[in-house]
Design a protein around this ligand. Structure first.
Ligand code: RM4
Ligand code: MN
Ligand code: MN
Length: 396
């Protein structure tokens, strides 16, 4: 029987794919995994505690390091404050680096404090807005100490009823607050602005869509860019087109990868709509990649395994996007051959790239089959035994 990698390599070479370029592109992929994705999380109905869930930030870093060891592609970890707050940030940074990782984006939390019931950066009262701005400024400082190059803001602010607050006034307050933060943004840091259609606000979310986020960023300055979370759009929205537009404007700051069937479901990326994920990577391939972060909430699935599967799915989507026959696509588009262009994409999408991804992982010193390796390693049982004592949930 022929080796699956050799068979695929021969097939790709026949198709004119530059194998070396695909493999080197794939080996440079860096995904940030979220510290909050390793902790307990649930729905508003229940949180099911998992054995082995990390009890503190140090154990979350251990899990992130395990995912990187298995996949070779998850070399950064994103933090959320105050969830990951510690006394000594130099020590935290050292701990991250000692595990062969670096610190990804720093995420402020403007949604859990009781003061933020009616908003944070947009709150009608100046004192609450100042507190929210103060938290973001503190996060800039933390980012500096951790060697992070971005603060990534998700703003939960919004209203539940028409008439609850003045939408234009809220917009004004939002800009004023963010300008105060941006004025202090260190040169080597960027501000990522995430949008989300609804939830927790159910009538009018202050940053509900890419347009509001983009407008805000352009008023702030060049280092403010939009972050696209795949679960934050209405059903049927063409996310890859939003990606194309933001990239074209030079304002695509990065992603929160996950997958959804209905709303902000935070499922394993590529699990529900792998074709959409591929098409997003088609928009990214061919240029420097923006920040790629996973933002998932693993409520019933094994958390480390879910993260490994997510990284593997990202590797496969990117590998497929790297092998699109771009000249043939352009020819078809110029010739107005509607379905030929579509077929070019399908040729790449339908390629079984698993042997190639396995080869690249193995060259990176990671596992050919990370899920099987994780299961065989007994990591889950080992940490379940080590972490048998209590901890608090992260995402309620
Ligand atoms: C939001 C959003 C943010 C994440 C919070 C916890 O839905 O996706 O990025 O930090 O959840
Ligand atoms: Mn997100
Ligand atoms: Mn979300």
């Amino acid at each position: 029987m022929s080796d699956p990698y050799d068979a695929l390599a021969a097939q790709l070479t026949d198709r004119g794919v530059d194998l070396e370029a695909v493999e080197s592109g794939l080996s440079q992929l860096v995904v940030e995994t979220p510290s909050w994705g390793y902790g307990d999380s649930g729905t508003r109905f229940a949180t099911f505690e998992q054995p082995g869930r990390p009890r503190d930030v140090s154990e979350r870093i251990d899990d992130a390091a395990e995912v990187h060891k298995l996949t070779g592609t998850a070399g950064a970890v994103a933090f959320h404050f105050p969830w990951d707050a510690v006394e000594d940030y130099a020590e935290l940074r050292g701990r991250v680096e000692a595990r062969g990782l670096r610190v990804g984006a720093v995420n402020p939390n403007l949604f859990q404090d009781p003061d933020y019931k009616l908003g944070s950066l947009t709150h009608p009262q100046a004192a609450v807005r100042e507190k929210a701005v103060g938290h973001m400024l503190e996060c800039l400082q933390i980012a500096t100490e951790l060697g992070s190059s971005a603060q990534s803001l998700w703003l939960a602010d919004g209203t539940n009823y028409p008439g609850q607050d003045d939408m234009r006034a809220r917009r004004g307050r939002l800009l004023e607050s963010l300008r105060a933060v941006y004025a202090q943004l260190p040169e080597d840091q960027e501000l990522l602005v995430e949008y989300k259609l609804f939830e927790p606000a159910f009538y009018a979310t202050d940053l509900a869509d890419w347009g509001s986020a983009l407008l805000t960023c352009s008023k702030l300055g060049e280092r403010a860019r939009v972050l696209v979370d795949l679960g934050h759009h209405a059903q049927g929205v063409n996310v890859e087109q939003i990606v194309a537009l933001l990239a074209d404007e030079g304002r695509l700051g990065g992603f929160h990868f996950n997958n959804r069937k209905y709303a902000d479901d935070d499922l394993v990326v590529g699990s529900v709509n792998p074709f959409e994920l591929f098409l997003i990577f088609c928009e990214l391939a061919g240029g420097p990649l923006p920040r790629l972060t996973i933002d998932q909430s693993h409520n019933v699935e094994a958390k480390v395994e879910a993260m490994v599967l997510s990284v593997v799915n990202l590797q496969e989507a990117y590998a497929k996007a790297l092998m699109v026959d771009t000249p043939a696509l352009l020819d078809a588009q110029l010739a107005g051959d509607v379905l030929r262009g579509h077929e070019v994409l399908l040729d790449a999408y339908r390629t079984d790239v698993r042997p190639l991804c396995a080869r690249v992982r193995s060259r990176l010193g990671a596992e050919e089959d990370p899920i099987a390796a994780l299961r065989e390693s007994g990591y889950a049982d080992r940490v379940a035994a080590e972490r048998a004592t209590e901890t608090t949930g992260l995402r309620g």
